[in-house]
Design a protein around this ligand. Sequence first.
Ligand code: FEO
Length: 404
Amino acid sequence: MHIVREVTEGLYWIGANDHRLTLFENIHPIPEGVSYNSYIALGEKTILFDTVDWDACRQMLENLKYVLDGRDLDYIVINHWEPDHAASLQEVLIEYPNAKIIGNLKGFQLAEQFGFHIDEEKKIIVNEGDVIDAGNHQLTFLFMPMVHWPEAMVTFDLSNGALFTADAFGSFKALDGKLFNDEVDYDRDWLDENRRYLTNIVGKYGPHIRKILKKAAPLLDQVKFICPLHGLVWRNNFSYLLEKYELWANYEPEQKGVMICYASMYGNTEQAAQALAAKLCDLGVPNVSVFDVSNTHVSYLIAEVFKKSHVVLASCTYNLGIFPVMKNFLEDMKALNVQNRTFAIIENGSWAIRSGDLISQFLDEQMKTITVLNDRVTIASHLKEGQNEEIEDLALEIKESMRG
Ligand code: FEO
C-alpha cells in the first residue's frame, strides 16, 4: 500500500517512517521515531531524489511504483551516500535498470567503499554549479562537504524551487502523516528533536554549516521548498529556521538560562544541584533545568548545552577522577565543538576530592572560548547546612555573569 504526500505539483514525498529503530546510528535514542525522506519529480523525465534506509525500502518501492504509475525512472540523484539514504539504491535499480545516477565523484567513491555497485555507464558525475537539463526540470548542485559527510551536496530544482538539502535542516521524529512545517506546532513538538538531531549529528561541523548557508544565500529568494532527508519539509517561515541554524552553527546559545548537570552516586551531589537550582529560581534566574547525567542520554545533554548560556557541572569523584558519565559528557562536548559558554563547578568526594580540579582543567585545556566562574562549591560527602552561603554565592555569581 502506498503512502505518498504531494509537495507541489509534480513533486511527491515517497519516503517512510521508522518507529522500530531504537537507536539512530546505533547510538542516539529516537523514542519518537525518524523519517527517511525520498522525493520524486514527474515531468518530461522522472527523477528520484535519494532513497531510504534498508528498513524502509519496501515502503519506498511501493510509493515509487504508485507515483510512477507505469512510467520508467530516468534519473536518481543521490545527495548523500550514508546508508540511511543510499542503502536502497540497488533495489531501486533492480526495478528500474534504465535509471542514470547523478552524484559527485566523492559520492561514487563512497558508494564503492560501501559495496554499492553502480555500472560506469549509469553514472552522471556532477561538479558544483553544473546544470543538468532533465526535461522540464533543471537541476543545479551545491557541494556542502562535512555537513556532515565529505560528499554531501544540495540539489536545487530551478523549475519548482525545491531545494533538496540532504541532512541539513533534518530532524529526528517520524512524520506520522504530517509533512510540512506549517502542519505542526513546530516549537512545541519539533524544535527539541530538530536541535538534538542537528547538534549531535552535525554539531561538530558548525563552520561547514555556516559555509553552506552563505553559499546558498543567493538562491534563497528562489527557494519555495526546503526538502531535507529527515523530518519536515519547510514551505514558509524560512527565516525562523535559518536563525536557529545560525545560532547552532555559531555555537551561540538560544537563551539565557542555566543547565545544571549532576553525577551523583548516593544523592548528595544531586542535593547540591537541587539546592543551587532552588537558589537560582529564588533569585529570578530564568530557564533553569536539572539533569542527572547517569539517567539522561548524552544526546539530550548536548542538545541542552547548545540551547543554554550557562552550564553547571556537579560531579562526585570516582577512582580519583571525574565520575565516568560526567567525563563522557565532557568528551562529547569537546567532540561536538561546544564553545561560548559559561561554566560553574560543584565537586564532591569523601576523600581526595579531585573532580572539580579535573573538570576545570578539561574545560581550560580541551575546550574553546569557555568561561569558568570562580566560585566553586566543594562538598565532603554531604552538603552541610552551613554551606548555604556558598550555594548562594555561586547562584549570585551565575546571575551576575548573565548580565553581559
Ligand atoms: Fe541521514 Fe548523514 O544521514
